[in-house]
Design a protein around this ligand. Structure first.
Ligand code: F0G
Length: 472
């Protein structure tokens, strides 16, 4: 197969082309290697056909997640040397707190070891048994913490989000009519908060518009309901607003981020994504009472309220990472790289979620393996095939991730059956993107001969992490 690398794909690109490039150069490298096809087969069988269970030494290009896999900058590494490892009152905490206040705009900060630590705190603080938590599509750990606190998650995302081919520019938007119908059905006092994510991971990294969050704020105010944000990839969401929403094309990413957050009462954050670090998270809130509860609970579950499970040096890296993450040229090249891979695949007519989102390409396994029943785990199968072909590691985001309904114990059948090629920030080059695209194409070309999988071991919580499968 001829490599698409440097091949002009359109006349526009051939003549007078202006490419984007990363706003950094490489100072240190980490060697990677591809093991043989026989070794890959053996490794995959030992991992029960679950890419979460592979050893990373057996992986060539690792697209499992963009979580904690970013390359830190020289500034961040220098910051690691400034760690103040005092148990209480570390100066790095105060630095982090001031940066979150400046860029996200919230009043109070509670550090946590990563995003789910913050999800745990906010869920425990606000949700009581019998509550309903509406949100713009579920995320695995977010929903689980809401359920463990006694809540029932209700999806109120726009219908377009469940259609992988729909080109709506803001497929992460909340459907306000769906939300209002829920409020009227169960009563506003049964809804502790609306759980808003920007971008929406499970929908394909799809953004929420500024107009939508503004209207949502209005609706929440009318009913006296709080609005909390999953800010994990909110910087990427800000990029799409800048690109697509009227009135924002000259606004900076930083200004858009801050305006968006200003419509919400607080946010939880997996700093392992947007914030460009390998570990960390935080909860930031405006409400005094929520802050007090969270600050008290954090000492039970995470650590003292000035470190919350992070080392001082980790908090310093997050603080520096936040400032780097909101630079326009950084976000543009980050989303641009994802889009480059998406363009290659689209050109070869490989079914992916469109429009391409901020952090990943989502292969549409339902269309990829059009004849495979969802019970045969098409997205899991596709992840396995990709690894066998080239050592590229991806992640299932379909029926295995969706888990079982806690009431009935039956499998959930999500409309989206996707395999995620998640791009780590500042880690891989354009040539890696070409290699990935060519491997997807090779797997696509032999899709007619591929058999699905059955689940042979299923853990109770978040089964996709540790489940085992066998070839049918
Ligand atoms: N919210 C969103 C939208 C996420 O994508 C994640 C993590 C979390 C919360 C939880 O944060 O991992 O720091 O505890 N997503 C990772 C992923 C695991 O691969 O998409 P965490």
């Amino acid at each position: 197969m001829s490599s698409p690398h440097n091949r002009p794909r359109t006349m526009g690109q051939q003549f007078g082309r202006r490419s984007w490039a990363e706003p950094w150069k490489i100072k240190m490298v980490e060697p990677i290697r591809m093991i043989s096809a026989e070794e890959r087969q053996k490794a995959l069988e030992e991992a029960g056909y679950n890419t979460f269970l592979l050893h990373s030494d057996d992986v060539y290009i690792d697209l499992l997640t963009d979580s904690g896999t970013s390359a830190m900058s020289d500034r961040q590494w220098a910051g690691m040397m400034l760690g103040d490892e005092a148990y209480a009152g570390s100066r790095n905490f105060y630095h982090l707190e001031s940066v979150i206040r400046e860029y996200y705009g919230y009043r109070h900060v509670v550090p946590t070891h990563q995003g789910r630590g913050a999800e745990h705190l906010i869920s425990r603080a606000l949700i009581r048994p019998g509550h309903y938590v509406p949100g713009n599509m579920y995320f695995t750990t977010t929903r689980l913490h809401q359920e463990l606190a006694g809540g029932t998650f209700v999806d109120v995302i726009v219908d377009e989000a469940h259609d992988p081919a729909n080109l709506h520019p803001f497929k992460g938007n909340v459907d306000l009519a769906k939300l209002e119908a829920l409020v009227k059905r169960v009563g506003p006092e049964q809804i502790p908060y609306v759980s808003l994510a920007g971008t929406v991971n499970m929908a394909g990294g799809q953004p929420v518009s500024m107009a939508n969050v503004r209207e949502l704020r209005g609706l929440c105010d009318r009913y006296g309901i709080r609005l909390y944000l999953d800010a994990t990839r909110m910087v990427e969401n800000a990029f799409f607003i800048q690109e697509r929403e009227e009135g924002y094309d000259t606004a900076s990413i930083a200004a858009i981020l801050k305006e968006f957050c200003s419509y919400t009462d607080g946010a939880w954050m997996s700093a392992k994504k947007d914030n460009l670090v390998n570990i960390g998270g935080w909860l930031a809130v405006n409400d005094e009472d929520v802050f007090e509860q969270a600050r008290n609970m954090v000492v039970v579950y995470e650590g003292l309220h000035t470190y919350g499970g992070m080392a001082g040096r980790d908090m310093e890296a997050v603080a520096i990472g936040i400032v780097e993450s909101v630079q326009d040229d950084h976000v543009r090249s980050r989303v641009g790289q994802v889009r480059y891979l998406g363009d290659l695949l689209s050109e070869w007519e490989i079914p992916i979620v469109a429009p391409v989102g901020g952090h990943a390409i989502f292969l549409d396994a339902k269309r990829f393996y059009a004849d495979m029943p969802q019970d045969h785990f098409p997205a899991q199968t596709l992840a396995a095939e990709l690894y066998l072909d080239s050592g590229v590691r991806s992640m299932e985001r379909g029926i295995a991730s969706a888990g079982r309904d806690p009431e009935t114990g039956r499998n959930r059948y999500p409309a989206l059956e996707l395999t995620r090629l998640t791009i780590p920030r500042r880690v891989y080059t354009q040539a890696h993107m070409d290699v990935i695209a060519e491997s997807v194409k090779a797997v696509y070309d032999k899709r007619g001969q591929t058999r699905g999988l059955e689940m042979v071991y299923e853990p109770e919580y978040l089964r996709f992490f540790q489940a085992r499968f066998a070839r049918l």
